[in-house]
Ligand binder design. Structure first.
Ligand code: NAD
Length: 281
């Protein structure tokens, strides 16, 4: 079984990005800029944002985190986004989710210019992705996609099953694999026989939020299994895939932690650089 080492692949990707940033700097005398807006003090968001800042600095991006208290008014956030939209030194804007209840997530997403939407959540980017046009692609599925391609460069005709249909994971993941000519099935909480669907799959991407949902007898021999889930349990953080047993049947599997997580952040940096390059066109 191939253990898909997300930490290592992400480090390699960051090295490539660092090189690219230094070439862009030499050519244009400026570097891509990423601004993250963090509202409130939820612990996981604080950790994610700290890591984003650390790695953005590591690859040489201009990086800034704007922190607001939980009580900040929606209008102040939207006004700040408008200001960042106009700032030519900022290539990418990310508002860390989740948001406090009084702030409308959709309004926030739609206020970010599509060209600066490094999360790929703006409807324009979602539409472009599903139409097969150039767009920002959500960071987590992009990271999953890059790892799958490392294992299997030619995905044409493969059967891929997404578990979970979220806008963040399942849906954009399905679009990326469809573009690679996979036959794609999106399953969800109302799917009648999830095990039977999974047993058909050459590729399984599990993004559910249920600890160790995917068992060994759900997985076809030699399938590629990508585990997006992050679940806190008594025995620590586990994914949506029962790692020990599935590792005995799968051809390749991502660990949790150390699989999809590091790739998500590396892809945010990649998206920032892509936004910068598109802004030069
Ligand atoms: P979500 O709650 O938005 O979506 C979960 C999906 O799972 C839904 O589409 C739902 O229909 C489906 N589902 C629920 N129960 C099911 C069942 N019994 N069988 C089949 N499908 C079922 O979640 P999300 O934001 O997509 O995140 C999913 C998981 O991925 C979470 O554990 C989250 O923490 C993790 N995550 C990890 C990263 C990362 O970088 N590694 C990034 C984002 C999310």
């Amino acid at each position: 079984m191939i253990l898909i080492d997300g930490k290592k692949i992400a480090a390699e990707l960051r090295e490539e990005l660092k090189q690219e940033v230094s070439e862009l700097k030499a050519k244009y005398n400026k570097v891509p800029g990423l601004t993250v807006i963090l509202i409130g003090d939820m612990a996981p968001s604080q950790i994610y944002v700290r890591n984003k800042e650390k790695f953005a600095n590591e690859v040489g991006l201009k990086s800034e985190v704007i922190r607001y208290p939980e009580t900040i008014e929606e209008k102040a956030v939207l006004d700040k986004i408008e200001e960042l939209n106009k700032d030519e030194s900022i290539s990418g804007i990310l508002v860390q989710l989740p948001l406090p209840n009084h702030i409308d997530k959709q309004k926030v997403i739609e206020t970010i210019l599509p060209g600066k939407d490094v999360d790929g959540f703006h409807p324009m980017n979602v539409g472009n992705l599903s139409s097969g046009y150039e767009s920002s692609v959500p960071c987590t599925p992009l990271g999953c996609y890059l790892m799958i391609k490392k294992i299997e460069p030619n995905l044409s005709g493969k059967k891929a099953v997404m578990i979970g249909r979220s806008n963040l994971n399942g849906k954009p993941m399905a679009q990326l694999l469809l573009k690679e000519n996979c036959t794609v099935t999106i399953t969800h909480s109302r799917t009648k026989d999830l095990k039977a669907e999974c047993l058909e799959a050459d590729i399984i991407v599990a993004a559910v939020g249920i600890p160790e949902l995917v068992k060994a007898d759900w997985v076809k021999k030699d399938a590629i299994v990508i585990d997006v889930g992050i679940n806190k349990t008594d025995k620590g953080i586990v994914g949506d895939v029962a790692f020990d047993e599935v590792s005995k049947v799968a051809k390749a599997l991502t660990p949790v932690p150390g699989g999809v997580g590091p790739m998500t952040i590396a892809c945010l940096l990649k998206n920032t650089i892509e936004c910068f390059k598109r802004s030069l066109k």
